[in-house]
Design a protein around this ligand. Structure first.
Ligand SMILES: NC(=O)c1ccc[n+]([C@@H]2O[C@H](COP(=O)([O-])OP(=O)(O)OC[C@H]3O[C@@H](n4cnc5c(N)ncnc54)[C@H](OP(=O)(O)O)[C@@H]3O)[C@@H](O)[C@H]2O)c1
Length: 334
């Protein structure tokens, strides 16, 4: 006979209590809108203090079943306050959706320590801190669901997003370990991996001090890395059929599943990249991806305006033709 442990003795809300982080916009907001339609769910929508007003302007009103609370995921005090209130009044969190996050656009060489730590803290350490906060009660209740919003960037790294990928890889590693660790208590753990979503999120991508300078300086060695990657990502985000609403529906559906999978590829490109990664030989896979990078043959080039150059244009004919090809087909507006 298997020892199952003590029965949960605390207060218990009749509704499933779902906490969403970074919920005032984008995917988090779409999750809240989806969740608030459910009578069996109590939503705790959290956002940073300065973003709270966005709930009202997006048509989301706080109510008995929808709490709106201030939480900067980097603040221990604010995390503890929300968890404590949920514990006291609702018997704790049943479903944690770690959604808050941002993307830093910078190559490895152009991120300073503070920028690096903030990215890792927001996308990796804060979700883990929240998980540690909800697990004792989930273990006691012998049920619970933890959903960590990762990214395609958490299964494959993209140039100019080095630390973002590192943060999501770290989140994936810890989540995978967690899946094994808490299974004995019937706690489910899922990574949601969206690829490109048709949203304004690409406009909110943060630059580091150095990557911002490089973006503006056509003579910086990494200028074209940023220029072409940013255009490429913005184009894909505008064209993809994946929307925040569609991804939110997939996330909310996990709540009803008896055995949600460890990984959910949340957009069509995520499914494609997952297949490529699984079935192509590893060296070939990286070779293919490298050659798929936008205008990669120009990366590392520097801009030499004809009138300023002693040599007119590039000295080398081969370089010169590469450069003309670039000029004919790209507008540079920085
Ligand atoms: N959009 C995509 O194409 C895409 C693709 C793959 C993965 N993802 C992932 O999906 C999640 C949601 O992103 P999104 O697309 O919805 O982007 P978004 O519209 O920029 O939303 C991100 C949310 O995270 C919040 N946030 C950032 N730092 C925070 C902090 N310290 N404390 C609390 N909240 C914080 C933001 O709050 P503020 O408004 O206060 O800044 C915002 O509400 C992220 O984890 C992201 O990495 C998105």
């Amino acid at each position: 006979m298997r020892f199952k442990g003590k029965k949960y003795s605390g207060k218990r809300s009749k509704k499933t209590v779902v906490l969403v982080t970074g919920a005032s916009t984008g995917l988090g907001l779409a999750c809240v809108k989806e969740l608030q339609q459910r009578k069996d769910i109590h939503v705790i929508a959290t956002a940073r203090k300065n973003s709270l007003s966005r709930f009202e302007s997006s048509g989301v009103q706080g109510s008995e079943n929808l709490w709106i609370r201030s939480m900067d995921v980097l603040s221990k005090r604010e995390r503890d306050q929300v968890l404590e209130e949920a514990r006291e009044k609702l018997g704790g969190i049943d479903v944690l959706i770690n959604n808050a996050g941002y993307c830093l656009r910078a190559v490895v060489e152009q991120v300073n320590e503070t920028e690096r730590l903030q990215q890792i803290d927001t996308n990796f350490r804060a979700p883990l801190a929240l998980i540690r906060g909800v697990l004792p009660e989930m273990r006691e209740k012998r049920e619970g669901l933890i959903i960590n919003v990762s990214s395609v960037g958490g299964m494959m790294a993209m140039p100019t997003m080095s630390i973002y990928s590192a943060s999501k890889f770290a989140l994936e590693g810890a989540t995978e370990a967690l899946w094994y660790e808490v299974k004995p208590w019937n706690i489910k753990v899922t990574l949601v991996e969206p690829g490109f979503i048709n949203s304004g999120a690409f406009r909110k991508v943060k630059l580091t001090k150095e990557s911002e300078r490089s973006f503006k300086d056509r003579n910086d060695p990494y200028h074209f890395h940023y220029k072409f990657m940013a255009d490429f990502i913005a184009k894909f985000m505008r064209k993809t059929p994946a929307t925040t609403d569609k991804v939110a529906k997939k996330i909310v559906r996990l709540i009803d599943q008896k055995s949600p999978p460890l990984r959910v590829m949340a957009t069509p490109d995520a499914i494609l990249f997952d297949l490529l990664r699984r079935f192509l030989p590893r060296r070939f896979y990286h070779w293919v991806l490298y050659h798929m990078l936008p205008k990669v043959r120009f990366w590392g080039d520097v801009w030499i305006p004809a009138e300023n150059s002693f040599y007119g244009e590039y000295e080398d004919d081969r370089e010169n033709s590469r450069f003309s090809e670039f000029k004919s087909d790209q507008k540079i507006n920085v």
